[in-house]
Design a protein around this ligand. Structure first.
Ligand code: G3I
Length: 374
């Protein structure tokens, strides 16, 4: 009898301890909160890559388990002139990722923006032939992906090739090669590193026309036997756009094609939009007007609360679909780092990220950690 009572007692104690630790366990960081759910990533700038921004790096090491280079792996930085590769920054970025056990993402191999003009023209400045541009694409992708084979785990292979109405962007890649440039880019990347994950990445992905266009394209690629591992929804959001419902429809639609879904460049602007475009057309810009920069001296509590609620709402949505979502990446460490301070109006003060200009976690970080346990 004694032995039986002892066994029951120890079982009860174990159960009690387990329930206590489970309910009371408080993750101390974002990466702990989302462990076994999805990677939580962040974009790094050169000051962080070269360890100049020590305060920012402390946040990166504590809260994140995935990194992407904000700029240094774009073709204009990697191959500014034909055949002249400069890998110093990218090598340092990958080395930092390996030293800190990060899931490393390469951004981005083929993009209409930030591609050096030499890709598209001959010595006379005329458009090159389809064959020449395909060869230049192949050389760039093969050289870059091979260099980081087995180290960069996933690549944004093609960035922003579809417009809001679902049609193809009439970039030079499209007009010279045709829509096939997308299939070719994925095939070149896959040949260079068969184990790397390969993504299509774009903004405004909750717009119905773009959603349908991307679903059609990804389905076509998969039917052609092309390896497409995932779709990146960039996640450049505003306080009042897009609706959670439209964003959720896109998560479901992309996942239904059989690929992973990622939120790849998350930030939420609190600033007024001078134009109609709600995307991230990086080449858009407007003259500075004071009215467009209402929070230069600080963020009113009411706006801070709205921003907080938006982040909590979206992270609740990501958790609801955690089986579809493999990664959520913030597009910068602190508000000071954000491209939003200078787009589409240069010289504004935005507050789009999770950490403030004093490198402090905003209250919403604890709230987001809290909902991860539910
Ligand atoms: O590094 C130079 C610096 O030496 C120079 O003094 C300065 C002034 O000209 O420019 C600096 O380079 C800038 C770079 O950001 C680093 O700050 C480039 O001009 C500027 O164009 C570049 O902007 C980046 C933009 O992509 C264009 O590449 C933003 O930081 C980056 O956040 C943004 O990210 C894009 C994604 O790659 C794709 N999705 C949309 C997203 C937002 O546009």
């Amino acid at each position: 009898m004694k032995k039986g009572a002892l066994i029951i007692c120890s079982c009860l104690l174990t159960l009690l301890f387990a329930s206590y630790t489970n309910d009371q366990y408080k993750p101390s960081s974002l990466k702990d909160a989302f462990k076994n759910k999805f990677y939580i990533g962040v974009a790094l700038n050169l000051r962080q890559i070269w360890a100049k921004d020590t305060a920012g790096l402390a946040i990166v090491k504590k809260h994140f388990n995935s990194i992407v280079a904000e700029n240094c792996m774009k073709s204009m930085n990697l191959q500014p002139k034909e055949g002249q590769f400069q890998f110093r920054d990218a090598d340092q970025f990958v080395a930092f990722g390996e030293q800190n056990n990060m899931y490393i993402i390469g951004h981005t191999l083929i993009w209409h923006s930030q591609t050096p003009r030499w890709f598209f023209v001959d010595e006379k400045g005329n458009d090159v032939s389809r064959e020449v541009l395909i060869q230049r694409m192949k050389s760039h992708i093969t050289t870059v992906v091979s260099r980081y084979k087995g180290r960069v785990k996933g690549w944004d292979v093609v960035n922003e090739a579809i417009l809001d109405d679902g049609s193809y962007r009439k970039s030079k890649f499209y007009t010279i090669i045709g829509e096939d440039f997308i299939r070719l880019a994925f095939e070149f990347a896959h040949a260079a590193d068969p184990d790397a994950e390969l993504y299509y990445n774009d903004f405004s992905m909750s717009v119905e026309g773009k959603r349908n266009g991307v679903v059609k394209m990804v389905t076509q690629l998969k039917n052609q036997g092309v390896k497409v591992t995932g779709v990146g929804m960039q996640g450049h959001l505003g306080l009042d756009y897009p609706t959670l419902g439209d964003f959720e429809k896109s998560i479901q639609a992309f996942s239904a094609t059989g690929v992973k879904v990622m939120i790849t460049e998350l930030d939420i602007t609190v600033l007024p939009n001078p134009g109609q475009n709600r995307g991230a057309e990086v080449n858009l810009n407007y003259d500075y007007k004071k009215a467009m920069n209402p929070y230069a001296d600080g963020l009113p509590k009411s706006v801070e609360m709205k921003l907080q609620q938006r982040y909590v709402d979206f992270f609740r949505l990501f958790l609801k679909h955690q089986e579809k979502i493999s990664r959520v990446t913030l597009w910068g460490v602190t508000d000071e780092d954000s491209w939003r301070n200078n787009w589409p109006v240069f010289g504004r003060t935005d507050y789009p990220l999770l950490f403030d200009r004093q490198f402090k976690a905003k209250p919403m970080v604890e709230m987001i950690v809290g909902i991860s346990k539910k």
